[in-house]
Write a protein that binds this ligand. Structure first.
Ligand code: NAP
Length: 431
């Protein structure tokens, strides 16, 4: 029986799940793969914190360097999060020739190329399945399961916290109350900015785009809008038109062979698979040029889903070490899949547009005139009767160049009869 010694930095939510998984499935791993696992070192910040799992105190340390430099560690799991000192520790582990597993999307998105280079230089590999979509094996699917395909597009719900909040809002809860519920249930951090502002999904979108299109896209190439500016009224208008608003990561190859990556609230049909993904779940639709449409669904975060991905990486690392193939692949290999990042303004899409206007004659014709001037064709227009001086007009467009929509919005915003900044969201029909 081949034995692997595992060192873990971080025994929080994910680290505890990993230890539980080894304990639950250790005999299965021995029988199925012929591998035995021994957790030999665990680093935490505070030795006296209450833990979800009991770990022998003799293997615990508050110095993560003890894990990355240990002679009795073959595989290092970085489960502490954040940029530093995680980056330095991972580099040290790789430079020491150890295989590294991380769940840290911010680290991979920002420092991926540096880490892959260190892995390659040292004949080892960094694995990061848990960094995107928790328990859904989306990295493996892009790198292995769909390897016969050129990827055309990826659309994903990649942040369970936002999807939970949006699901609550659809049931009539305000954004503030839905966020408070998410925090009470442990889905959102005390500071939820990275989730609700779209940054977390932006990191994940950058990683997926990089794997799909063969060059490293960093987070600053992702255009990001969060759900923190959404109004309940937009969710209601969307629902009445047969749509749901989801925070969608859109990764699209444009006509000039570039890749547009954005994260933004997007209207999707209620009856579509992605529109049916509710609560804290994730869903990802990938269009390949051979397979056609595929859809991946599952828990995008949490102790068990995330530790499933981490431990699967540990088994993959063990197989690669045992076969001597660990040196053959650092975790990412560049290829000619696209010619660079595209400007969001070059994307053609449908849009939802809500303009709050003065309830007076000729206003509607002025708005539609401005849209027409920018080649924006209207699919539907809704104006509910109002007893106020202002009235919302909701327009769903046909396909339009984002640049044209932005120009039209700027014109509309300057009209005295337009009483609030117009709201607009992308609309995807997925047909
Ligand atoms: P967590 O519950 O906050 O746990 C972090 C752990 O790291 C804690 O045990 C903490 O020690 C330890 N730690 C932090 N800084 C340290 C330091 N300087 N030295 C030693 N130990 C240190 O975090 P988590 O939710 O498990 O997340 C871990 C990673 O997984 C993050 O990169 C996260 O983005 C990623 N991830 C998490 C989920 C999820 O559902 N939670 C899903 C996907 C990916 P103490 O316990 O002593 O404070």
């Amino acid at each position: 029986m081949k034995k692997f010694r595992v060192g873990i930095i971080g025994l929080g939510t994910v680290g505890s799940g990993v230890v539980e998984c080894f304990r639950k499935n250790g005999a299965l791993f021995a029988s199925r793969y012929g591998f035995e696992y021994d957790v030999t070192k665990v680093a935490v910040r505070n030795l006296d914190s209450k833990r979800l799992v009991e770990v022998d105190r003799s293997i615990m340390t508050t110095n993560p360097e003890d894990v990355v430099n240990a002679d009795d560690v073959d595989i290092v799991l970085e489960l502490m999060g954040g940029q530093e000192p995680a980056r330095t520790l991972v580099l040290k582990a790789l430079n020491n020739g150890k295989a590294v597993i991380t769940a840290n999307k911010a680290l991979i998105a920002e420092s991926g190329p540096e880490l892959f280079a260190a892995a390659e230089a040292n004949g080892t590999r960094i694995f990061f399945e848990a960094s995107v979509a928790g328990g859904i094996p989306i990295i493996k699917s892009l790198q292995e399961g769909l390897s016969s395909n050129g990827i055309e597009s990826i659309h994903g719900i990649l942040n369970g916290t936002c999807n939970f909040i949006l699901s609550c809002m659809e049931a009539g809860t305000s954004y503030t109350d839905a966020l408070a519920d998410a925090q009470r249930l442990g889905y959102a951090e005390a500071d939820p900015t990275l989730d609700v502002g779209g940054g977390d999904a932006g990191h994940k979108a950058a990683i997926l785009a990089s794997l799909a299109f063969g060059q490293w896209f960093t987070s600053d190439m992702v255009s990001v809008r969060g759900i923190d500016e959404l109004d309940l009224v937009d969710i209601e208008f969307a629902r009445d038109a047969g749509y749901r608003i989801k925070l969608i990561a859109n990764i699209l190859k444009t006509e000039d062979d570039k890749v547009s990556i954005d994260v933004q609230p997007t209207l999707v049909p209620q009856a579509s698979m992605i529109g049916s993904v509710m609560d804290v779940y994730n869903g990802i639709k990938i269009l390949g040029n051979t397979v056609g449409d595929t859809f991946f669904y599952g828990q995008g975060a949490g102790k068990d889903a995330t530790s499933s991905a981490v431990v699967t990486d540990v088994i993959d690392a063990s197989q690669a070490i045992a076969s001597g193939m660990i040196k053959d692949f650092s975790g990412f290999k560049a290829f000619e899949g696209a010619s660079g990042p595209a400007e969001l303004s070059a994307v053609v899409s449908r849009f939802y547009l809500r303009v709050v206007v003065e309830d007076s004659p000729k206003v509607l014709s002025t708005i539609t005139g401005i849209l027409g001037d920018h080649n924006i064709s209207i699919a539907s227009i809704t104006q509910k009767e109002s007893h106020e001086k202002s009235v919302p007009v909701v327009i769903l467009t046909h396909d339009v160049l984002t640049k044209e929509l932005e120009a039209a919005l700027s014109n509309l915003d300057s009209l005295p009869v337009v009483l609030e900044k117009p709201r607009t969201y992308r609309l995807e029909d997925f047909d």
